[in-house]
Design a protein. Structure first.
Lengths: 317, 536
């Protein structure tokens, strides 16, 4: 692995993040509305009071000035204060990171564990009945709306069978590992389904391409068993296109899964994002979006590095 | 979800059948069961537990923090930390020469904060100073500016000197809640940990607040209130407020038994709970109503005949059905829960024939496209509502169709958030449909007064201004009622705005939860939790 290359990529990310922050700041201020929207029906909040609140948050200043003030404090590690809650933005985010990583991480593991074998089997037995079944299931999995699937699971497991809690992170007051697993089971299943469906398609198509290559025929000619050919010769090359997709999905783990988190009352980043959006909580929104952007950039660098380790022909100077 | 939540100044109204009322009011003969955990579903993600800065109604806060007074199920004030509600009659309010007034509160002795410290007059004075402090960013500082100074001659007496006569003094400051001086003096209220774990005097104590998940409250063992037999309240041991922002999940949790109470069930979901064993729905209207406003800058809308025709053209029953059948049709902006409501207010019945006749007689002739016009002005209007509110959007479609039937064209021009607020306050519309939410002591001059801050309609009626001014400066209940009736009559005759339907709260609860008296006000249904109990 080339350390110099990694450092150069990381340095290159700095102007990129600056540019992103500028665009994001502009866009969220262009969006109609503002943090004071919530007073719309409230006759007792006078225009003078609104003006006072606006001044207190610095919202009365020109947007470019607001941006530079935000950037200045961001550069020294001050993420600002949430308009909604009055708490530091960093605490707001830190509170939500753990549930997000748990849910995202677990569904990632589940997705990988299912998508890889499904994709490989489909490719190895392409046009077989099994392949058709997997193909059908994949398209069904991609097409099923998340909120609908979530509702069905809740109806089945929480109302009809009474096996699992329908929502929440844990039993009030804290719970055992088993309790946490019971809470995370349905959100993980919902979150994994679409991912398994799409990843297994990428794995399958990558595999199909590779299996038609001459070196695969050579490997068979050498007398290797099929499992050896697929896992040793084909898989590494077949994974290259899939890695790109998986890496980008990895980045989205940190941004949370808005719908799944909302339906299952999971206290993650995705919900914080929606609440901040509703309340036009600019400091929290900027914090979250910068975090998300950084994650995407990092995942891209990681994907590039993964190519090199999968395919020795790819080298970065 | 959160856009649908009323802000805290939104006093929520409750109307329930007289039968339901009487059964709830009668104390059961058997002793109330003690103990148990009540799981409450909240539809919003709590921002802060500080009553003065939260952007939501303070449901949790109402069970934890108390004020001097609180509104009851009829939006009438009753004493809480004060011993009685100050009035002119009992000498609690004294008018001062030169226009001011003095309010004296006698405080309840023996009340303790959750940490054991005594509650005194110093806390009341501190509350005023802390909320008034310009550094404190509050959702509402209502009432702080009306007070000139506060004297605390002894630990249980508070004398507030008001700059002017403020009949609605009870709906603000000290009713929201009293802040503990000993815990908050010298602290920054914007960021203090009080906002996570408020220290109150109420029946429940906040034990744990997990952001985005739940607030766990437990029975306050030293609560001052006793029941009629002298048994210490509250009855319930634990109340858990679970944050569940998805309305489908809320219903699922009610059905699965994970929740016992949801105080704002969405109209379109409530029907699902209706026939579930062990669950019941209670309907309560909010102190809020839906209305259609006219812009008087538009020439044809200055014509009373056109306004009346529109009132006759709208079928309120259809609007009610479009909102799940829960709201009630109304004829006055004073919602019927108020004692100031005058049932004799004239009504505009749904009558398409009459609407057409009014327009014909006034000389508005239908042109080739079916739209009426007179003197070159077409009866074609820009119809503004807040975009994204499903109920409002549906009602708008209904009204567009109903207006079309009498030859009036309404074209939607819906706006979001602040843009909507600006259009509404500045009169950037021809027709505007929306809601207002009032306090328990509503001030109507802000809506219909010539200089009213919320009067974006350009409406001015000196006769009405005079009545409003008298109504809003008198403390005499009989006088207030008389002026209120006059106001409702003028508004119905002159019709600057058509009151259409009330807004209601649909409360879904487990039937074993007893003694819940829905509260119409911003102090929420949780203002009197100490008497709630779980049967069996």
């Amino acid at each position: 692995m080339n350390i110099g290359y990694i450092i150069r990529r990381l340095l290159g990310a700095i102007p990129l993040l600056l540019g992103i922050s500028l665009v994001l700041f502009g866009v969220i201020h262009l969006a109609p509305g503002g943090p004071l929207d919530v007073y719309a029906d409230n006759p007792s909040v006078t225009p003078q009071a609104m003006e006072q609140i606006r001044t207190a948050y610095g919202l009365d200043r020109p947007v470019p000035v607001q941006y530079f003030l935000w950037l200045k404090s961001m550069l020294v590690g001050d993420w600002g204060y949430s308009i909604r809650t009055g708490r530091p933005v960093l605490s707001e985010i830190v509170d939500r990171v753990r549930p997000t990583l748990e849910l995202g991480g677990l569904s990632l593991v589940v997705s990988l564990a299912l998508a890889l074998p499904l994709g490989i089997i489909s490719a190895a037995r392409r046009h077989s009945a099994l392949d058709h079944v997997f193909t059908f299931l994949s398209f069904a999995g991609i097409s099923v709306p998340v909120f609908w699937l979530a509702l069905l699971l809740q109806l089945l497991f929480s109302i009809s069978l009474g096996w699992l809690p329908s929502a929440g992170y844990q039993t009030i007051g804290g719970g055992s590992v088993l309790d946490k697993l019971a809470h995370i089971a349905m959100p993980t299943a919902v979150l994994s389904l679409a991912t398994v469906a799409s990843w297994s398609r990428y794995v399958r198509s990558g595999m199909v391409d590779v299996l038609n290559q001459d070196y695969i025929r050579t490997a068979y000619a050498k007398g290797r068993r099929e499992s050896g050919v697929i896992l040793y010769h084909a898989l590494r090359n077949a994974m290259i296109p899939a890695v790109t997709i998986i890496a980008l999905d990895l980045a989205s783990v940190i941004s949370g899964a808005v719908i799944t988190e909302t339906v299952f009352a999971w206290p993650g980043i995705g919900r914080l994002f929606i609440e901040s959006m509703d309340g036009r909580d600019y400091p929290t929104l900027m914090g979250l979006m910068m975090l998300g952007s950084a994650a995407v950039i990092a995942a891209n660098i990681a994907a590039d590095l993964a190519y090199a380790s999968l395919d020795p022909r790819i080298r970065y100077e | 979800m959160s856009t649908e939540l009323s802000r805290r100044s939104a006093l929520k109204g409750v109307l329930f059948g007289a039968a339901a009322l009487s059964t709830m009011r009668v104390m059961p003969v058997l002793a109330q069961a003690r103990g148990g955990t009540l799981n409450v579903g909240l539809t919003y993600d709590i921002d802060t537990l500080n009553v003065y800065s939260t952007g939501f109604l303070g449901d949790v806060q109402a069970a934890v923090v108390e004020g001097l007074l609180a509104p009851d199920g009829h939006a009438q004030y009753v004493p809480v930390l004060a011993l009685e509600v100050p009035t002119l009659a009992n000498g609690g309010i004294k008018l001062v020469d030169g226009g001011g007034m003095t309010i004296t509160y006698k405080l309840r002795p023996g009340v303790k904060w959750h940490d054991g410290a005594p509650f005194t007059s110093a806390d009341v004075k501190f509350t005023w100073e802390a909320v008034k402090n310009p550094k404190f960013i509050a959702e509402s500082k209502d009432g702080t500016q009306d007070i000139e100074s506060i004297d605390t001659p002894d630990e249980l007496t508070v004398i507030c000197h008001y700059k002017s006569v403020v009949p609605n003094f009870a709906s603000t400051l000290f009713t929201f809640g009293i802040l503990p001086k000993h815990a908050l003096e010298g602290k920054d209220l914007n960021t203090d940990s009080y906002n996570e774990k408020p220290l109150g005097t109420g029946p429940f104590v906040v034990r744990e607040f997990k952001r985005g998940q739940y607030v766990l409250t437990e029975r306050n063992p030293d609560y001052w209130r006793k029941d009629d037999k002298g048994v210490a309240l509250p009855y319930i041991d634990r109340m858990v407020f679970k944050i569940i922002t998805d309305s489908n999940t809320l219903i699922t949790q009610l059905k699965s038994g994970e929740l016992d109470l949801v105080v704002q069930t969405p109209y379109n979901q409530a029907k699902q709970v209706e026939n579930v064993a062990g669950l019941e729905l209670i309907k309560g209207s909010l102190l809020s109503w839906q209305h259609l406003d006219f812009n008087f800058r538009k020439k044809s809308l200055q014509d009373l005949a056109v306004r009346k025709a529109i009132a006759h053209a709208i079928n309120r029953q259809t609007l009610v059905r479009a909102q799940g059948g829960f709201p009630e049709p109304i004829k006055s902006p004073v919602v019927p829960v108020f004692s100031l409501y005058d049932p004799n207010t004239p009504e505009y019945a749904f009558d398409v024939g009459l609407a057409n006749k009014l327009l014909d007689d006034a000389g508005y002739k239908k042109a080739g496209d079916g739209i009426r016009e007179k003197d070159g002005e077409k009866l074609s209007y820009r119809f503004v509502i807040q975009a994204g509110r499903a109920d409002d959007e549906l009602a708008q479609q209904v009204m567009i169709a109903q207006l079309k039937a009498v030859g009036i064209e309404a074209k939607p021009d819906n706006k979001t958030g602040v843009a909507y607020r600006e259009a509404r306050y500045k009169g950037d519309y021809d027709l505007n449909y929306g809601r207002w939410i009032t306090s328990a002591d509503p001030v109507y001059s802000v809506f219909y007064g010539t200089k009213g801050a919320n009067n974006g309609q350009g409406y001015s009626n000196p006769q009405l201004d005079a009545v409003l001014s008298k109504m809003e400066t008198t403390l005499e209940p009989g006088e207030r009622k008389k002026y209120a009736s006059e106001m409702q009559k003028i508004l119905a005759d002159d019709l600057p705005s058509i009151p259409l339907t009330t807004n209601v709260a649909v409360i879904a609860k487990r039937t074993k939860l007893k003694n819940l008296v829905p509260n119409p006000t911003n102090m929420t249904n949780f203002v009197d939790t100490s008497r709630w109990y779980l049967e069996g």
